[in-house]
Design a protein around this ligand. Structure first.
Ligand code: MG
Length: 245
């Protein structure tokens, strides 16, 4: 193959110093075929929910979920419990669409509440946050109980809304935390968090910490908070740390 780059350019700094600027020998990026739109799953996505069934999901105790599937979406069946994927993940890119009920009921945390728990532990809040007052670290897109979103980018109740999330799992060495969980979150294409380090698994009315070491992988969990929240078009790409090779 002819040299597609340059061999008389400076070498890059560590840790990439085996490559020159424009090095023709540097490995090519893996080819991924995009979906028809940016919301459609690309060729390397793991489809977690395609609108037809809950085959990839279970209750937190391993049972059959009782959430409704109709018209291409799933909907919380209140008080039947949270649901989790059978598949386990660590670092990932997640796409998910959701809608709060058209009929507005309740206020604050009682309006269109659900949640997306990365690794089953780190909640990005789902809430009807449109013209709805609640504490800032619990509004739509909050890293719950820790970080309010930079902006409130909610659509009106009943409209489909989009989350795109990049999650980096925390890394432990034994009981020592090497790096925290990082979350990058877009709601409806608008940046809410930019590689925000989390304080630990999210909670309610308490401080988070990494004191309890958890495993390197976990499921995606969706919350039953008693409200008729819908979800559709859920897919994930496993994202490895940047390959320095
Ligand atoms: Mg919630």
């Amino acid at each position: 193959m002819s040299n597609i780059g340059y061999d008389d350019t400076p070498f890059l700094p560590e840790p990439y110093s085996q490559w020159r600027v424009h090095d023709g020998q540097r490995p090519q990026p893996t080819i991924v075929a995009p979906g028809a739109t940016s919301a459609d799953p690309p060729s390397d996505a793991v489809i977690l929910f395609d609108g037809t069934d809950l085959a990839g999901w279970q209750t937190t105790s391993g049972g059959q979920p009782e959430w409704i599937v109709e018209n291409g979406y799933m909907q919380v069946t209140p008080r039947t419990g949270d649901i989790v994927t059978k598949a386990q993940f660590s670092d990932c890119q997640l796409h998910l669409e959701w809608a709060s009920p058209v009929e507005v009921k309740g206020e604050g945390q009682g309006r269109g509440n659900s949640g997306i728990f990365l690794m089953g532990l780190y909640e990005v809040q789902v809430l009807d946050g449109y013209d709805n007052q609640t504490y800032a670290d619990g509004i739509t897109g909050a890293i719950y109980a820790q970080f309010p979103p930079r902006v409130n980018a909610c659509r009106p109740p009943g409209e489909w809304q989009t989350y795109d999330i990049v999650f980096e799992a925390p890394k432990y060495q034994g009981a020592d935390l090497v790096s925290p969980a990082y979350l990058t979150v877009f709601l409806n294409g608008i940046l809410l968090h930019n590689r925000q380090p989390a304080h630990g698994p999210t909670g309610h009315r308490n401080l988070s910490s990494y004191e309890s070491v958890h495993g390197p992988t976990g499921p995606l969990k969706l919350q039953d908070h008693g409200d008729l929240v819908k979800f559709r078009n859920i897919w994930m790409r496993q994202v490895d740390s940047y390959d320095q090779a």
